[in-house]
Design a binder for this molecule. Structure first.
Ligand code: ADP
Ligand code: MG
Length: 261
């Protein structure tokens, strides 16, 4: 049984620590003793206040940063190998689209870099545009789209490389509430459809409860994992769930675990 569970572990973090050296020679301990096993297909939120090390942890998983201590493996391989074999799709707070390329061509850009043939690039881009609901905007330019639509393009671009793991760093925090709620539902639909493992960074408790199968609460000074909470709300989740006593109870539970942080 233990073996079966192990075989589903996609991301293994063991006693991860990160100490930054600042320009003036000081050490900043951003993370200490972070251990966590993430199963394939989970929706994990990293939740905590600004400065608790969420981005640092995400960057370590993505192989954009080497931890100063601890071990990490991605489906049994190193983060570097996982990155080189395109296991990661990354979505940042701002999607960073090229204004002179159409929406479709923005999505195709990483596929060009991967030398994927043109017909397949087109095909994947159109499929991803369909998934994020932007088919009619394929030939528009980014500055013709709203912030929410641009963020959808960022998600489509990350998905187009067919990553097994989607890493998202506060992807909706710059958006208005209405757009955000719509994108929450869309993201859950995409997750259900594509069976990705998602790691979602946020400082918003409601957002974490609505989306996640598990919430990892980080606390600062130094950043560490202070609680892990399973969210067993039924799926598919739609906005109405936010009015239920069960949802409110989870929000209270997570808030309590953040108390004193
Ligand atoms: P979060 O994403 O939760 O806001 P970060 O991971 O960005 O937190 O930062 C965690 C801590 O590490 C903070 O104290 C931050 O100031 C520090 N930090 C982040 N990046 C660097 C860096 N390149 N050099 C020095 N300190 C850093
Ligand atoms: Mg951050």
């Amino acid at each position: 049984m233990a073996d079966m569970q192990n075989s589903n572990v996609e991301i293994m973090l063991k006693d991860i620590g990160m100490v930054y050296k600042t320009n003036d020679g000081h050490d900043v301990t951003a993370l200490t003793g972070v251990s966590l096993d993430i199963q394939k297909g989970e929706f994990i939120s990293l939740l905590g206040p600004s400065g608790c090390g969420k981005t640092t942890l995400l960057r370590i998983i993505a192989d954009l940063l080497q931890p100063t201590s601890g071990e990490i493996s991605i489906a049994g391989e190193s983060p570097r190998d996982a990155r080189l074999s395109k296991k990661y799709g990354i979505v940042f707070q701002s999607p960073v689209l090229y204004d002179w390329r159409t929406v479709k061509k923005n999505i195709m850009l990483p596929l060009e870099i991967m030398h994927i043939p043109k017909a397949e690039r087109e095909d994947r881009a159109m499929k991803m545009l369909d998934i994020v609901g932007l088919t009619e905007f394929a030939n528009h330019y980014p500055n013709q789209l709203s912030g929410g639509m641009q963020q959808r393009v960022g998600i489509a671009r990350a998905l187009a490389i067919q990553p097994q793991i989607l890493l998202m760093d506060e992807p909706f925090s710059a958006l208005d509430e209405f757009t955000k709620e719509k994108l929450h539902e869309d993201l859950l639909r995409i997750w259900a459809k594509t069976n990705k493992t998602i790691i979602f960074v946020t400082h918003n408790i409601q957002e974490a409860v609505f989306l996640s199968s598990r919430i990892c609460v980080l606390s600062p000074h130094p950043g560490r994992l202070s609680a892990v909470i399973d969210v067993d709300l039924p799926r598919p989740r739609t906005m109405d769930i936010k009015d239920t006593p069960e949802f409110t109870a989870y929000v209270a539970k997570v808030r309590n675990s953040c108390e004193g942080i």
